[in-house]
Write a protein that binds this ligand. Structure first.
Ligand code: 3HC
Length: 311
């Protein structure tokens, strides 16, 4: 960048403005955004699998229709995000190759199995609840296309979170077996949901720069705290016990105190050694291969249309 371009970029970020695709931007800013947006998009499409496994086994037509709509939304979120990454010069096919080769990440939460119907409801309540906590600030991030993609995503996430919470409420108001199934889902999804906000601030190599560039508006620990403060009372309302003996309201702090996630487990799952890492990537690669004919047909159709338009 020239000194004038750097000064212009710094002024827009300092003024909480928006950097647009055609604006001059530091290469590190562009690279950070491609990394984060690509992994966000990968998380959306891999995230379709755990819940998608329950569409054919939903307990009613109403639940099936809601879950179907939610999983379709996640595909759409992936689409918005890959498109946002393309405005930075990234090639979608390259990003997917990186995902399939294990060179780019997706959120560890999706490497846990959905063993019961309650797991699917807990994902809506907790995982989409955590996603909202993380994505609302992103709708005010400094990169225009990413911020705007988040505006629509957040509207759909609140439907996702509400349907999950309503599903948990139905279970805890059902039979004793259904209540136990809801508690079991909370036991297994609570801590992995806290890990969605990333490692602790003192072990987060990207945070300082991302916050200086107005990409990350709150630190990992700040958003994790906000999530616990909002979600713990919801668990109380459901009559469910959060699996954290250290969780308690701290009047002085005005926040909940809570225990420490197992960061060794987090690193193991990030590195590929989670319960479902292999099967998630295998299913993803298989879907990609089976969809090759659709991509070829769309490319052939586009080529024919442009040939006709030129003739
Ligand atoms: N799973 C996998 N990797 C994770 C992770 C997680 N839960 N949390 C952090 N990481 C990775 C980071 O990507 C980074 O690795 P990298 O440098 O190779 O990319 C490393 O751990 C260190 O973490 P940092 O805190 O330094 O990294 P960031 O500054 O990027 O912060 C983040 C991590 C908070 C996840 C940030 O990237 C972010 O806000 N991303 C956008 C939101 C997102 O991706 N959410 C994922 C879930 S999507 C979802 O829930 C959809 C909903 O519809 C269900």
């Amino acid at each position: 960048l020239t000194a004038a371009e750097q000064a212009a970029f710094d002024a827009v970020v300092a003024d909480d403005g928006r950097i647009e695709p055609r604006d001059a931007m530091p290469e590190g800013y562009r690279r950070t955004l491609v990394r984060q947006i690509a992994q966000h998009a990968h998380s959306e499409i891999i995230g379709m699998q755990p819940e998608g496994n329950w569409i054919t086994r939903a307990p009613s037509l109403r639940r099936k229709a809601i879950l179907y709509a939610k999983v379709q939304d996640e595909a759409g979120h992936g689409l918005y995000l890959y498109s946002a990454a393309e405005t930075l010069g990234a090639d979608r096919a390259d990003l997917l190759d990186a995902l399939h080769a294990g060179k780019q990440k997706y959120s560890t939460i999706f490497n846990y199995p959905t063993l019961t119907w309650a797991d699917t409801m807990a994902i809506g309540w907790l995982v989409d609840g955590a996603a909202i906590m993380n994505q609302v600030p992103l709708s005010r991030c400094s990169y225009g296309p990413y911020a705007r993609a988040m505006t629509r995503v957040c509207k759909e996430e609140s439907f996702h979170q509400r349907q999950g919470f309503e599903g948990m409420l139905t279970l805890v108001r059902g039979t004793e077996a259904q209540r136990r199934m809801a508690q079991d889902a909370l036991d297994r999804f609570w801590w992995p949901s806290l890990m969605m906000f990333g490692p602790p601030d003192d072990a987060s190599p990207n945070s300082a720069q991302s916050m200086a560039w107005g990409i990350k508006r709150f630190s990992n620990d700040e958003l994790r705290q906000k999530f616990v403060d909002v979600t713990a009372p919801q668990a109380d309302f459901l009559g469910l016990r959060v699996p954290d003996p250290e969780l308690r309201w701290n009047d002085e702090r005005g926040h909940y105190d809570f225990g420490t996630p197992d960061w060794d487990e987090f690193m193991r799952v990030v590195k590929g050694d989670g319960p479902c890492n292999r099967q998630r990537l295998e299913a993803r690669r298989r879907a990609h291969d089976e969809g090759a004919w659709v991509r070829e047909a769309a490319a052939a159709h586009a080529a024919r249309r442009s040939a006709v338009a030129r003739a």
